[in-house]
Design a binder for this molecule. Structure first.
Ligand code: MN
Length: 511
C-alpha cells in the first residue's frame, strides 16, 4: 500500500464508520432445533390420531436452474422448507428424518469428476455431515437402500412427503421424487400443515438472524436517505442499498425485488418489476417510497421507508405521512398474544380515515366509511404478513380459515390471532391510485365521502407506506426495524445527522 493511501485512510473521520455491521457466523444448531421441533410435533400428531410413530420425513431440496435453453446457471437459492430443516446452501440434495429415532440423513448429489475443474473441490460426505450437523450422509442414488436399512422391518417403509398449498402464491410445494419410490408407502397429507406451523413460531436463533437482516437493511435504508438527491434515477438508490447490504452485511440475496418508487410510482404497490424497472428520474418535490429488504442465511427482512426527495416534508406530504405513521405506531402498541390481525387492519384503516377526515380530503362519519369499506380505496393491501425464510412466510391461513370477501380485507395474507414468537410485518399505507379513486368518485355509496377538489391536488402524489418487522412477545411486541420514522428524525438524518440521533432532537419551536 502506497503512502498516500495510508494518509487517506488516516484522515477518514473515526467517529462515523461507514457501517457498524459484522456478518455473524450462523450456528447450524438452529436447524438441529428446527428438526427436533418438527419431530416432536409429528409424534404428537401421530399419537393423538392413534397412529403408530414410524416412518421418515423426506424432503427434496432445490435444483439449480439454467436460463431457458442456455447453460447460464442462475444463482441458486435453497427451497425454503428444505432450508428450514437442513440449512443446506448447495443444490441437488435430499434430506430425511427418522420420526421414531429423530436421526437425520442428508443425501448429496454424486458430482462428475469435471465438477472439480469448473466449479471447485468435490466435498466428501463427511464434510456435509459435519457442516450441517446431521447424523448421516449418503449419496442421492442410495436413498431407497439407506431408508430400507434404517427402517429394518416394514414391508413398505412410510414416507411423509411435502405436499400443500401456499396460500399467497396458490402454488403447491413439490413432494420429493426419487428412483424406486414405488417401494415405499407415501403420506402426502400429514407433513405440510405440521411443518408449516413449526415455521410460524420463531426460535431465539431464528430471531437473531431476522434481527441481523433487519440491522443490515435498516442501515442500508439510512444510507439511501442520506445520499438521495433530485438529480438521480430510482435505480441508483436501489444500487446503493444493494451495495451496502452486500459490501458490509454479507447479504448476497434480497428477500424480494427492490421497490424504489418515486413520485406517482409510489402508488404502484409492487413497482420495480421488469416492466417498471426503477428507472424514473427523480424530481425535487417527489415523495420516495423504498421497500427493500436483505436476506441473510435464508432469513429475511421487509422494510419500507417513505420520505421526501428534497429532505423537507411539504404540508401535504407530512399530513399523509403522519396519518400512516400513527396507524403504524398504534398497531405495534396494540399487538400482543390473543389480538386478531383483522382487528389490527381495521384499526390502521380507521386511523388513516380519521386523519384524512381531519386533514379535509374526505368527509363524513368514520364508522359509516368503515362499513362502506372506504378504507380499501386508500389502503388496498393487507396490513402485514408473516415473515421468515420467505418474505410472505407460509401459515397465514390454517385449515378451515377462509379469506374475507370484503375489499381490502380480502388482501390480508393472514387473519390469525397473534401468538408469541410470530414475526409479522406492520405496513400500513395510504395511496392515491387513479384506478381505485376514479371508480370510487362515481360510486353511489363512496363518492359522498370524497372531496374531489381536494383529492385533485393529490393526483400525482403517489403514496406512503411505512413498514417494520415486529415479533410478538409474551406480553406485547418488539420492533426489529430501526430506521428514522418521525418526520423530524428523517429530516435530521437526511441533513447528515448520525442515526440513531446523538441526542433527542425536537422539532423547531419545541426545544
Ligand atoms: Mn411486506
Amino acid at each position: 500500500m502506497g503512502e498516500s493511501a495510508v494518509t487517506v485512510m488516516a484522515s477518514l473521520p473515526q467517529s462515523s464508520p461507514v457501517s457498524s455491521l459484522s456478518p455473524p457466523e450462523v450456528p447450524m444448531e438452529l436447524h438441529v432445533q428446527n428438526r427436533v421441533k418438527l419431530v416432536r410435533a409429528l409424534r404428537d400428531h401421530l399419537m393423538a390420531a392413534s397412529q403408530p410413530v414410524r416412518g421418515f420425513v423426506l424432503l427434496q431440496g432445490g435444483e439449480e436452474r439454467t436460463r431457458y435453453c442456455t447453460d447460464h446457471a442462475e444463482l441458486f437459492r435453497q427451497e425454503s422448507y428444505f432450508a428450514y430443516l437442513f440449512g443446506v446452501r448447495e443444490p441437488g440434495f435430499y434430506g430425511a428424518i427418522d420420526v421414531l429415532s429423530g436421526q437425520s440423513v442428508l443425501f448429496a448429489p454424486r458430482l462428475p469428476a469435471e465438477y472439480a475443474v469448473w466449479l471447485g473441490e468435490i466435498k466428501a460426505l463427511s464434510y456435509f455431515k459435519e457442516r450441517y450437523m446431521v447424523d448421516m450422509t449418503y449419496f442421492v442414488d442410495e436413498i431407497a437402500q439407506v431408508l430400507y436399512d434404517l427402517d429394518g422391518e416394514s414391508v413398505k417403509p412410510l414416507l411423509f412427503l411435502l405436499h400443500g398449498l401456499n396460500t399467497d402464491s396458490k402454488n403447491f410445494s413439490k413432494p420429493a421424487e426419487f428412483k424406486e419410490m414405488e417401494k415405499f408407502e407415501t403420506d402426502l397429507i400429514t407433513l405440510h400443515p405440521i411443518l408449516t406451523e413449526c415455521r410460524v413460531f420463531k426460535s431465539k436463533l431464528e430471531l437473531d438472524l431476522i434481527q441481523y437482516a433487519n440491522d443490515v437493511s435498516s442501515e442500508a435504508h439510512v444510507e439511501v436517505m442520506r445520499r438521495i438527491s433530485a438529480d438521480m434515477k430510482e435505480y441508483q438508490l436501489e444500487s446503493i442499498f444493494l451495495h451496502h447490504i452486500y459490501m458490509y452485511g454479507g447479504c448476497r440475496h434480497c428477500s424480494y425485488t427492490c421497490i424504489c418508487a418515486t413520485g406517482e410510482n409510489s402508488a404502484v404497490l409492487h413497482y420495480g418489476h421488469a416492466a417498471a424497472p426503477n428507472d424514473r428520474a427523480l424530481k425535487e418535490g417527489d415523495i420516495a417510497l423504498f421497500d427493500m429488504g436483505a436476506e441473510y442465511h435464508f432469513y429475511g427482512s421487509d422494510i419500507t421507508c417513505s420520505f421526501p426527495v428534497s429532505g423537507k416534508f411539504t404540508n401535504d406530504q407530512a399530513a399523509i405521512y403522519n396519518a400512516v405513521l400513527k396507524a403504524h405506531d398504534s398497531v405495534i402498541k396494540s399487538m400482543s398474544p390473543g389480538v386478531s390481525w383483522i382487528d389490527m387492519h381495521k384499526l390502521a384503516e380507521k386511523i388513516i380515515l380519521e386523519s384524512l377526515e381531519t386533514f379535509g380530503i374526505i368527509v363524513g362519519d368514520i364508522d359509516e366509511m368503515a362499513a362502506e369499506r372506504l378504507g380499501a380505496i386508500f389502503l388496498p393491501h393487507g396490513l402485514g404478513h408473516l415473515l421468515g425464510i420467505d418474505t410472505h412466510d407460509p401459515g397465514g391461513y390454517t385449515k378451515g380459515m377462509e379469506r374475507p370477501k370484503e375489499p381490502g380485507l380480502s388482501s390480508l395474507r393472514t387473519i390469525r390471532e397473534l401468538k408469541e414468537g410470530m414475526v409479522i410485518t406492520v405496513e400500513p399505507g395510504c395511496y392515491f391510485i387513479d384506478a381505485l379513486l376514479n371508480p370510487a368518485l362515481e360510486h353511489p355509496n363512496l363518492s359522498k365521502f370524497l372531496k374531489k377538489e381536494e383529492l385533485d391536488r393529490f393526483k400525482n402524489f403517489g403514496g406512503v407506506r411505512i413498514e417494520s418487522d415486529v415479533v410478538v412477545t409474551s406480553n406485547g411486541s418488539r420492533n426489529l426495524t430501526n430506521v428514522p420514522r418521525q418526520t423530524w428524525e428523517i429530516e435530521a438524518v437526511m441533513a447528515g445527522e448520525p442515526w440513531p440521533l446523538k441526542q433527542k432532537q425536537l422539532p423547531n419551536g419545541l426545544a
